[in-house]
Ligand binder design. Sequence first.
Ligand SMILES: NC(=O)C1=CN([C@@H]2O[C@H](COP(=O)(O)OP(=O)(O)OC[C@H]3O[C@@H](n4cnc5c(N)ncnc54)[C@H](O)[C@@H]3O)[C@@H](O)[C@H]2O)C=CC1
Ligand SMILES: O=C(O)C(=O)Cc1ccc(O)cc1
Length: 365
Amino acid sequence: MTTVLVKGIGLIGSSLALAIKQAHPEMRVLGSDCDVASLSYAQQQGIIDAAVKDWQAAALQADVILLAGPVNVIVADLKTLATLTLKPNVLVTDVGSTKQQVVQAAQPLQQRGINFIGGHPMAGSHKSGVTAGRADLFENAFYFLIPGRTSDTVVTQLQTLLSATRVKWLTVTARQHDRIVGQLSHLPHVVAAALVNQTQQVLADSPLGLRLAAGGFKSITRIASSDPTMWTAILATNAELVTSELQGYIDQLSDIKTAITHQDATRVHEFFATAKVTRDRLGPEQLGGLPNFYDLFLNVPDQVGTIADVTQRLAAAKLSLVNIHILEIREEIDGVLQLTFNDAVAQNEAATLLTTAGYQIVRRN
Ligand SMILES: NC(=O)C1=CN([C@@H]2O[C@H](COP(=O)(O)OP(=O)(O)OC[C@H]3O[C@@H](n4cnc5c(N)ncnc54)[C@H](O)[C@@H]3O)[C@@H](O)[C@H]2O)C=CC1
Ligand SMILES: O=C(O)C(=O)Cc1ccc(O)cc1
């Protein structure tokens, strides 16, 4: 029987454990976590088959070891694993958001002949913890692999283990990974947090303050709700690249500040127009490759039963929703309902059906 040890049963660890059990119910998934409550929740919910107290002892029996703690913990765990006598054919992998320091920490292990593949699913959430875990969390997302010198057979073994995630595999070097993800994920998290902090300071004396925020502020700052411990570890392990990318961003802000100060309307217009051209070109396939962004935004009157009516109409037409989200519902004012579909066909059929039923579609992505 194949034994998989997942160390760190949080959002990502529990989601991968669920996906492993889904595709391979015969495998035994062991969970380890420093948080006792998370571990017992995972066991009660059947996310793992058994909880282990001594992860190093469990590692000796494991055929696969999946490290899913914060990146600094992953780095420390790899160093510890190099001191243990693991099964000779064990496969060690991780899910950390940065890869250069992780791959470096895995070197002593690899020098001992142990197979290690660095990994990173490019999906997740600003939510954290075992209770947010879902087997379909990574569906259609990219999953970076840094196999180094590990054989194709072992890479296929990992891909088969995680087949239920339905990810798109992408092999890169650790440096390529950290540069791209630094720009697309780490920098945006810094920007979102900085904007929330600065706004809180500026509006501290306003009684309504942040509660007046509209859709734009909410969407650009959603990720400021992410876990501070996890993000401290990410930035500590990608400092060189993120600080360089952050400097580029500061330069952009500085340029637009100068243009606004000098009332340089041409330059300000160009600033927005350039961004708009780039952003508009990004359809669902170009932006993260996530086809679950087939959205319809409906104007809905704020009345009891509207959401039920919309979902019933969609269900009657056998149109499955990936997600439903209520935006800006205020008393006696229309709200906006965001409906997310799996594909463009379902999105189009839903648009026709709901328009015919009298609903107004304000936007579609
Ligand atoms: N949150 C996200 O969207 C994504 C996160 N990642 C990466 O995945 C890893 C896990 O992130 P999440 O699951 O989101 O975090 P999480 O906070 O939900 O889970 C981390 C788990 O590790 C446990 N843990 C922390 N220190 C530990 C230690 N010393 N020993 C044992 N367990 C320990 C925590 O108790 C927690 O249950 C991180 O390395 C993160 O960079 C990768 C892709 C997406
Ligand atoms: O919530 C979001 O949009 C994210 O950005 C999730 C995320 C967080 C960390 C990663 O390494 C990858 C994805």
